[in-house]
Design a protein around this ligand. Structure first.
Ligand code: ZN
Length: 192
């Protein structure tokens, strides 16, 4: 089966037992939001115990507090009533393995998927690339714990984020499944 067929088959099975999830309200019932990485090893529903309708989960590469992540968080509280937020990065994040400079370089060489070797990513394609990647801030991560602190601070200091919302900072360990608190981040996200 192709990936497409697998997804459609899985959805048919899921929808057959959808049951009373049809009655779920739009605002998240447990009134919180998680900003986390898109990494395929992370399943917020499992690591944080979520069911459908419980919470907002905002995901991007790195779980970074980008303008778009903040856009979602502002909608999350202002229109849908969330009252507590988590920023959750993780160990072994792919965002630790490149820099803006390298990403710009890789994309300028080709648009093929790069190879990851022991000394990082290198381009293996032959197609023409594009220099457009040099104009993007890729929000890479140089220091895992510091990136959580930085993102909590960025959210905390945003003019559209009310001081009443606590913002907790964590790093998920992909080797154990444990969420480890980054005390400096949670402190920075303490409600005022
Ligand atoms: Zn990641």
């Amino acid at each position: 089966m192709s990936v497409l067929e697998e997804v459609i088959a899985a959805n048919q099975a899921y929808s057959k037992t959808f049951g009373d999830k049809s009655e779920l309200a739009l605002p998240p019932a447990r009134r919180f939001a998680i900003l986390t990485c898109m990494d395929a090893r992370l399943d917020p529903a499992k690591y944080a115990g979520l069911s459908e309708g419980d919470a907002h989960v905002i995901r991007n590469a790195g779980g970074r507090a980008s303008d778009d992540a903040i856009r979602s968080l502002v909608i999350s509280y202002k229109l849908l009533g969330t009252a507590e937020w988590f920023v959750i990065h993780h160990s072994d994040c792919g965002m630790e393995f490149f820099t803006d400079e390298l990403m710009g370089e890789l994309l300028s060489q080709s648009l093929e998927t790069a190879a990851l070797g022991p000394d990082g990513f290198h381009d293996v394609g032959t197609n023409p690339g594009s220099t457009a990647g040099r104009d993007i801030s890729w929000l890479t991560i140089a220091d895992r714990n510091q990136s959580v602190v930085d993102d909590v601070r960025r959210i905390r200091n945003h003019p559209l984020v009310p001081s009443r919302i606590p913002i907790y900072g964590y790093v998920y360990d992909v080797k154990t499944g444990v969420l480890n608190e980054i005390a400096e981040a949670t402190e920075a996200g303490r409600p005022g």
